[in-house]
Design a protein around this ligand. Structure first.
Ligand code: SF4
Length: 454
């Protein structure tokens, strides 16, 4: 039996898509081994790139080839897509672009873009013969359904939407994944029902811009994310919990917030990217909201769901971000009761408008600003955790560590909980993949909430 090893980078969507690709490979007789093991084929499912991705990838390819000369290497996804876009769509024939492309081509067996990666099993079973297959994603209209699940795990990620029609000035995703396109509502319901039968206990609705979810019915009636949420609540039983992944602040409507606040299935956890607290910078980023709208959304959630977990993303060092612009971001974040912040240092991406902007920020300043936000995030998480002390929550347990007598899980509002049993006492029976009530007691040094089972 032929062995394949894989490594996948990037967002939850990339993982969920690769899960589908992997299942197709298993169905045609491949055996999956760890990336560190000897394998016939190594698949690298790439992410949408940082400026030093070329070197990292080349390094990885070199390591594989050094350890195993005969190994076939396959590159999938956003990285081949970005090189293709540069050369064939934007017609940038710069030496470094061409040399990156040819360096990869010399060493790899197969290169598939974001449209073609779903047919990997057909390439490997010789039903399609091509060494490179990458096409213009922006002209692609077919939806590739994806869902990740694993029999040993409790959580699954279902792709409900892909691509993006927004044109945020720093973002390369629309070039790599094309226009916004959504999964069919009935497929989503059917897939989640199947996941319930497979004993999956939590499903995360993922996508690139899930707030833009749109299905068209008869007479062009549009079914949006709010409709999807309502119908899922109606059609599914309560033995599954649902989480929505990152959603743009302008698309997280008050109707959705209200509905989730009363939902039996959707958990009180929102991830709402802010990116900047400065009106001026948000405008330069071509974001579709201003700081006041953001604050209103967060306050609305917390008024009706005071224990909701609200996470955010921030980019520091966007071109032209002055000290005072940065302080606006810092002060906004300080003022609102969010639970954690993911901070990203701005870096130029191919084919983006911000790439050509003037007043790029010195990388050392970006590092300093990033450190300040990381520190603030730690404080925010601590405040959020302390607010939840002594509260009783339903925890979905997903992992145990026999050696230390520990069981881990997450509350509905995304607090990582740890329950310790005495080492000579066995774990309560069948606790993994079940929801149990716990009381949160004490935060440990690794940001787990030590808790007791009730
Ligand atoms: S950052 Fe903007 S353009 Fe990029 S995926 Fe998100 S909404 Fe779309």
């Amino acid at each position: 039996m032929k062995k394949i090893a894989f490594i996948t980078y990037g967002c939850k969507l990339n993982y969920s898509e690769f899960s589908t690709i992997k299942r197709n490979l298993l169905n045609v007789g491949y055996k999956i081994v760890g990336f560190d093991y000897s394998s016939h084929i190594y698949i690298i499912n790439t992410c949408s790139i940082t400026h030093n991705a070329d070197n990292k990838l080349l390094g990885l390819i070199k390591t594989i080839k050094t350890n195993n000369k005969k190994a076939k290497i396959i590159l999938l996804g956003c990285y081949p897509q970005s090189l293709y876009n540069k050369i064939y769509i934007k017609k940038i024939y710069a030496d470094d672009t061409i040399s990156s492309y040819s360096s990869f081509l010399k060493q790899v067996y197969l290169v598939l873009g974001n449209n073609e990666k779903f047919k990997l099993h057909l390439f490997l079973t010789n039903q399609i013969h091509q060494k490179i297959s990458v096409s213009d994603r922006t002209k692609y209209t077919k939806y590739n359904s994806s869902v990740s699940f694993d029999y040993t795990r409790t959580r699954s990620f279902i792709k409900i939407q892909d691509g993006c029609d927004y044109k945020c000035s720093y973002c390369t995703i629309p070039n790599l994944r094309g226009n916004s396109i959504s999964e069919n509502i009935f497929n989503i319901i059917l897939t989640i029902k199947k996941l319930v039968l497979l004993n999956i206990k939590e499903v995360v609705l993922t996508g690139i811009n899930i707030g833009d979810f749109r299905n068209y019915g008869i007479e062009n009636k549009t079914y949006d994310l709010f409709y999807l949420i309502k119908i899922l609540e109606k059609k599914l039983t309560t033995n599954i919990r649902l989480r929505i992944s990152s959603i743009e602040p302008n698309l997280l409507t008050y109707k959705i917030i209200n509905f989730i606040s009363k939902s039996k299935l959707f958990v009180p956890h929102f991830h709402i990217p802010l990116q900047s607290g400065s009106k001026e910078i948000l405008k330069k980023m071509s974001r579709r909201y201003n700081p006041n709208i953001y604050i209103q959304k967060v306050n609305t959630i917390l008024n009706i769901l005071p224990y909701a977990c609200i996470g955010t993303d921030v980019i520091v060092g966007f071109p032209g971000e002055t000290e005072s612009n940065f302080l606006e971001t810092f002060n906004l974040l300080k003022k609102i009761n969010i639970s954690y912040i993911h901070v990203f240092k701005y870096s130029d991406r191919d084919n983006t408008y911000s790439n050509s902007m003037k007043n790029k920020i010195n990388p050392n300043i970006c590092i300093q600003r990033s450190k300040i936000i990381i520190l603030l995030s730690k404080k925010k998480r601590k405040i959020f955790y302390l607010k939840n002390k002594i509260q009783i929550y339903r925890v979905l347990f997903e992992k145990k560590n026999h050696r230390y007598g520990e069981i881990f899980g997450f509350t509905e509002n995304y607090i990582r909980v740890i329950v310790r049993v005495q080492l000579n006492i066995p774990f309560p029976n069948n606790i993994l993949n079940t929801c149990k009530l716990v009381r949160l007691l004490k935060i440990d040094s690794k940001h787990n909430y030590s808790s007791i089972l009730l």
